[in-house]
Design a protein around this ligand. Structure first.
Ligand code: ATP
Length: 742
């Protein structure tokens, strides 16, 4: 309940002024212009009123004490309302006393606080709504505004009633839910747009990943096929190489043997001098024989000549023996002998021609001797005999020599014979060797070509090895190390080489297909997963948002239903009270609030603002809730329009309605600023009765000049204003009050 009002610097209340509300009804009295209404406005202000007009001002400044010629103006106006919260009229606040304060400054800034803590206006509004102190001000009826509810539009009237019925809480909740719903829908649109944006990218990435997976499948296949191919190829090459090496070794051995044999023969025979030697031997033997033969024939000629000379000498000696001797001095003979000896000294060793020459010269010497000395015959005879002797000796010697030559000829002939035989023997052996060499050479050539074939094969195998290396490099690049995780083969499969070539072709085809599949990298998968996660996240988000939107829609529906139900209940209750109060005031008749006919009338009302089509085509579909009409039925008078009521009648009707509304959902307090101004004495009494009745449920603050009203108040405050333009407050007795009010 209301405990106290504290005003400072607000309008005419320059000084800090406090009003205690210890009783059910408090009356504020005083002369015109003293500042009574400022008190009602102080309430409005503190409760968060935003309309300057309803506080009779244009700017915030107008709410601050403006000063007078005696007192300076102030810069701050503040009003605090203190509530007794022991009965928990503010259920959320665990304080015995709750103070709501608002201050305004000349720059227009407002400050709100609850129990000294700064808060937002909204916090104040929510707090008040929770205690059924609404913002439409139905609990503060300003001066001359009693019939505001009658003059208001049906929609405003409905809002006032909803406020009075405490349905603002629902309205707040609904507004909040609508805001959230709008925000949620915005989020939904945002998420949907994000998903739409993401969709083509995701689709693209999915295709890329599909490609990648296809390529990976091909890679796996390649790895598998490559393992088979490599293991076989490796084994094949190894086996072939070994075979080849073995064959080569054998061939080389055989070749070495062939070469060795051939070499040996050639060594023997390539010694050509052996043949030459034998030929030379034959030639030398032939020459020897020729020479010795020539020598002998020379010798036989010499012998013939000697024999001739001998027979001459014999003949001459016989002749001399018949003729006288020629006497030759001794010394000449000796000289001749010396000469002959000199000439024949070397005849044993001399060549036949030399011998011949020597003989010729000897003859000449002898002839010259005979010419010079015409030796006597006897000398000659002796000499001739001597010559025969000598010649015979010579002949003897030559015959000796001839014997010797004969032996030599025989020897030469025999030597030649042997040389010829040796040569022939050599020629015979050569033929066999040549045949053998030919065979060996053939065999060598065979082994050489075999070796050449094997070397070619070795090169071929090296080439295969190299190719395999290249192949492995390519496969490693395309299929990774998985292509090499295999055990070496123990044995080669029993198949022909074609099978392996087919495998090689398969590898090639796979490689081409992998290359065609495109080189999308691993990062595509990461991006795809990220994007997919994001998409899924967005989908979940969307689902959550949709759920929360549905939840909010449901909440709004529920609030609407509850609101509609509470409103209908409240309206029925208000109508019943309204009817009672009305009958009481007017001594009969009746009044009620009725929901306006929404169709045609609303359509007409809205015509100017709204699209005509909407208004005329689909009026029933409008979500607009119907406003409230006031139907009155005065006793003894025909039903007339509200506007045709008198001022007093209008005041009574609105008072009845305000009171009825307060009855149904009593606000903690109600401020009535000269609501009773237009009442005559009889109605003032009825008004007084109603106030007493009303005060049982709500605290009342009545600003009044009415004596009857004053008489119903427990506390009376007199407001006065002196020359200083400052409102002053004083507690007064009923009797004083009547005087003060004048
Ligand atoms: P009535 O009985 O005739 O309705 P009242 O007692 O309700 O009169 P108010 O209307 O509350 O009187 O008071 C108006 C008085 O307050 C005027 O004298 C006006 O000059 C004074 N006033 C209003 N605003 C300010 C302000 N900002 N500073 C100083 N005085 C102000």
């Amino acid at each position: 309940m209301l405990k106290r009002l504290e005003i400072a610097g607000f309008k005419s209340f320059a000084r800090k002024t406090a009003l205690d509300f210890a009783t059910a009804t408090t009356a504020v009295v005083g002369p015109n212009g003293s500042g009574k209404s400022n008190i009602a406005e102080a309430f409005r202000f503190a409760l968060g009123e935003q309309s300057m007009k309803s506080m009779r001002g244009k700017r915030s400044e107008d709410l601050i004490f403006a000063g007078s010629h005696e007192t300076a103006r102030q810069n701050r106006a503040s009003v605090a309302i203190v509530f007794d919260n022991r009965k928990k009229i503010f259920p959320k606040l665990d304080f015995e006393e709750v103070t709501i304060e608002r201050a305004v400054f000349r720059d227009g800034a407002s400050e709100y606080s609850i129990n000294g803590s700064k808060v937002r206006l909204r916090d104040v509004q929510e707090l008040l709504a929770s205690a059924n102190i609404g913002e439409t001000g139905h609990h503060i009826i300003s001066q001359g505004e009693a019939d505001r509810i009658l003059l208001a539009s049906p929609k405003e009237r409905r809002a006032m009633l909803e406020d009075a019925l405490g349905l603002k809480v629902f309205e707040f909740k609904k507004q909040e839910a609508l805001r959230k719903l709008e925000k949620t829908r915005e989020n939904v649109r945002e998420v949907e747009s994000l998903r739409r944006e993401l969709a083509p990218h995701l689709k693209f990435l999915a295709k890329q990943v599909e490609k990648l997976e296809r390529a990976e499948e091909l890679m796996r296949e390649l790895a598998e096929k490559a393992r088979e191919y490599f293991s076989i190829e490796e084994k094949f090459i190894a086996v072939e190489k070994e075979k080849n090496a073995h064959e080569m070794r054998n061939t080389k051995e055989r070749l070495a043997v062939a070469e060795g044999e051939l070499g040996a023969f050639e060594n023997e025979t390539s010694n050509e001098s052996e043949g030459m030697k034998r030929i030379e031997a034959v030639r030398l033997a032939e020459r020897d024989l020729d020479k010795v033969t020539a020598e002998r024939s020379e010798l036989s000629r010499e012998i013939g000549r000697i024999e001739g000379a001998l027979s001459e000498a014999k003949r001459r000696s016989q002749a001399l023996a018949r003729e006288p001797y020629v006497k030759v001095p001794r010394e000449h003979i000796e000289a001749l002998r010396d000469e002959v000896e000199k000439q024949t000294k070397h005849e044993d060793t001399a060549e036949p021609s030399a011998l011949l020459a020597s003989l010729k010269s000897l003859r000449a010497i002898v002839a010259a001797f005979f010419e010079r000395f015409a030796l006597p015959t006897d000398d000659y005879l002796a000499e001739e005999e001597q010559a025969v002797y000598r010649l015979e000796g010579e002949k003897e010697k030559l015959l000796e020599k001839d014997k010797d030559l004969e032996a030599r000829t025989d020897a030469a002939r025999s030597t030649l014979q042997k040389a010829r035989e040796a040569r022939m023997a050599y020629e015979e052996t050569g033929r066999e060797t040549k045949v053998r060499i030919l065979e060996l050479a053939e065999s060598r050539a065979r082994e050489e070509s075999a070796l050449a074939r094997e070397e070619a094969r070795a090169r071929e195998l090296d080439y295969l090895d190299e190719q395999l290396g290249n192949e492995r490099g390519e496969v490693l690049q395309l299929a990774g190390s998985a292509a090499f995780s295999y055990e070496p083969l123990e044995t080669l499969p029993q198949e022909d080489r074609k099978a392996q070539e087919d495998r090689k072709h398969t590898l090639m085809r796979l490689k081409i297909r992998i290359e065609e599949a495109g080189g999308t990298g691993e990062e595509v998968r990461t991006e795809y997963n990220d994007t997919k996660n994001r998409e899924e996240f967005l989908a979940r988000e969307l689902e959550d948002l949709s759920k929360s939107a549905t939840g909010l829609e449901q909440l709004i529906d529920d609030l609407d239903t509850e609101l509609a139900k509470s409103f209908a209940d409240g309206l029925a209750k208000v109508n019943s009270s309204f009817g009672e109060f009305f009958t009481l005031m007017f001594g009969g008749g009746g009044a009620k609030l009725a929901l306006e006919e929404i169709t045609a009338k609303v359509a007409e009302d809205e015509e100017d603002e709204e699209d005509e089509e909407v208004a005329s085509d689909a009026p029933a579909e409008r979500t607009e809730r119907p406003g409230l009409e006031v139907n009155v039925h005065l006793p003894k008078k025909k039903l007339q329009s509200l506007m045709q009521l008198s001022g007093g009648e209008r005041a009574l009707t609105s008072i009845a309605l305000i009171f009825a509304m307060s009855q149904v959902n009593p606000p903690p307090f109600l401020i009535l600023d000269e609501t009773d101004a237009a009442l005559d004495e009889a109605n003032s009494r009825r008004y007084g009765d109603m106030i007493e009745n009303l005060a049982k449920k709500s605290q009342l603050i009545v600003i009044t000049h009415n004596r009857e009203t004053m008489s119903r108040a427990g506390i009376l405050y007199g407001v006065t204003m002196g020359n200083d333009g400052i409102s002053k407050l004083l507690s007064v007795k009923f009797e004083e009050a009547v005087a003060v009010a004048k």
